[in-house]
Design a protein around this ligand. Structure first.
Ligand code: IMP
Ligand code: MG
Length: 176
């Protein structure tokens, strides 16, 4: 594993993103909707850097089923609170092909919020397959598989306080 973003770099990038978000909303109350499970770290750190009134809600999305290859994308809105008329800021760990965020945004828009914006910690360069782009991005990273700070490989490594690239040898064989 190789560290790509240290804890200090992460905090600096997230602070910059928080400043942009505060600037955008000008003190208006927002509902921050975290996409589980990868957004948890970012959600917890980011909301503490925002100073307007914040509601928190969650939605579950999963596209990877234990490997780095794409599985079917499922969205589970059971944890989502009533968001009608609210200003929604969607939070995810990484914007890769973009299908996850696109699908969640469409689902959220059906629930008639006042507005929907999105913020991601990472954007993987050159991977996008949709026209949509997140409104706020912490870091652009090269096309490598990364773990840590919420991001997983086979549901492991989410707790690392940094973002690291997984080397091919880390990917071979089962994670213990
Ligand atoms: P997308 O739908 O292709 O944009 O993929 C977004 C989701 O895929 C993220 O929420 C992650 O769960 C997962 N993902 C994409 N790239 C990586 C990676 O490099 N490491 C870990 N998870 C990833
Ligand atoms: Mg995810």
């Amino acid at each position: 594993m190789k560290v790509l973003l240290s804890p200090t770099q992460l905090q600096d990038g997230i602070q910059q993103m928080a400043d942009q978000i505060s600037q955008h909303y000008q003190g208006r109350a927002i509902t921050v909707v975290g996409i589980l499970t990868g957004s948890l770290m970012l959600l917890a750190d980011l909301i503490r850097m925002l100073d307007q009134p914040i509601r928190i809600s969650l939605v579950e999305a999963s596209s990877y089923h234990g490997t780095t290859t794409r599985g079917e994308l499922t969205i589970n809105p059971d944890l989502l609170s009533d968001i009608k008329g609210r200003d929604i800021l969607l939070i995810d760990d990484i914007f890769d092909t973009g299908y996850t965020l696109q699908k969640v945004i469409r689902m959220i828009e059906d629930l008639q919020p006042n507005s929907v914006r999105s913020a991601v910690l990472l954007l993987k360069e050159g991977r996008q397959e949709v026209e949509l782009r997140p409104d706020f991005v912490g870091f652009q990273i090269p096309d490598q598989f990364v773990v840590g700070y919420g991001l997983d490989y086979q549901d492991l490594f989410r707790n690392l306080p940094y973002v690291a690239t997984l080397e091919p040898e880390d990917l071979s064989g089962e994670a213990e």
